[in-house]
Ligand binder design. Structure first.
Ligand SMILES: Cc1cc2nc3c(=O)[nH]c(=O)nc-3n(C[C@H](O)[C@H](O)[C@H](O)COP(=O)(O)O)c2cc1C
Length: 203
């Protein structure tokens, strides 16, 4: 029997680039594990003027996900920074536009994982993942944590992001901290293990 590769969309929002860096590494891990992967951005709700005042990085080139495209994938790895301990408003705005496909049950038995970025060590990495799960539950999307399969997650030699809920990084208040090697490894691991889970289902 010929098996098709799982189709995975890495869908991110990133103001200053940290989540974008994680997204690229997660996509790499998923691809190496055999997925057909595409990177997308979550639609922007802010004007260019607001983004300029926030000192946002120039917009990345990846396409913006549409509701139609969402239905074409088996699994989604959603990445977004923390705002007040939960996902950026752009994530909520995007899911608020999915009522039509929710009514059709179009995303039932799709899969999702989450990755994030906070400024500080206890700024809400886990709460950001946790408070995003209702979007998946209501759509019938199966949430896939990474657990502690990666030994890097219990590393105590340095400050790191990453939890059982998903890969993450710490950006520092001024955004000057960059994604570390360990955090990149955890991100790649998330891409790989998510692909294994979705791939098993597709088979
Ligand atoms: C309005 C606002 C609220 C934020 N709230 C938090 C927070 O609750 N905890 C935290 O650690 N960082 C917080 N941050 C910092 C962002 O999480 C940080 O800029 C982000 O993780 C960087 O990711 P990016 O480079 O992908 O945009 C906040 C930033 C903004 C602009």
């Amino acid at each position: 029997m010929v098996h098709r590769a799982p189709k995975i969309a890495v869908i991110y929002y990133s103001t200053y680039g940290h989540v974008h860096t994680l997204a690229k590494e997660i996509a790499k891990g998923a691809k190496e594990a055999g997925a057909e992967v595409k990177l997308f951005q979550i639609p922007e709700t802010f004007t260019d003027d607001i983004l300029k005042k926030m000192g946002a990085a120039p917009r990345a080139n990846d396409p913006v996900i549409t509701i139609e495209e969402l239905q074409e994938y088996d699994g989604y790895l959603f990445g977004f920074p923390t705002r007040y301990g939960r996902a950026v408003a752009q994530v909520s705005a995007f899911f608020d536009r999915t009522g039509g496909i929710w009514a059709k049950g179009a995303l039932i038995r799709k899969f999702a994982g989450v990755f994030t970025s906070t400024a500080s060590q206890h700024g809400g990495q886990e709460t950001t993942a946790l408070t995003t799960i209702p979007f998946f539950a209501h759509h019938g999307i199966i949430y896939v944590p990474i657990g502690y399969a990666s030994p890097d997650l219990t590393n105590m030699d340095e400050i790191i992001g990453g939890s059982a809920y998903g890969a993450s990084t710490l950006a520092k208040g001024d955004g000057s901290r960059q994604v570390s090697e360990l955090e990149l490894r955890i991100a790649k691991h998330q891409g790989e293990t998510f692909t294994q889970v979705v791939g098993q289902y597709v088979r």
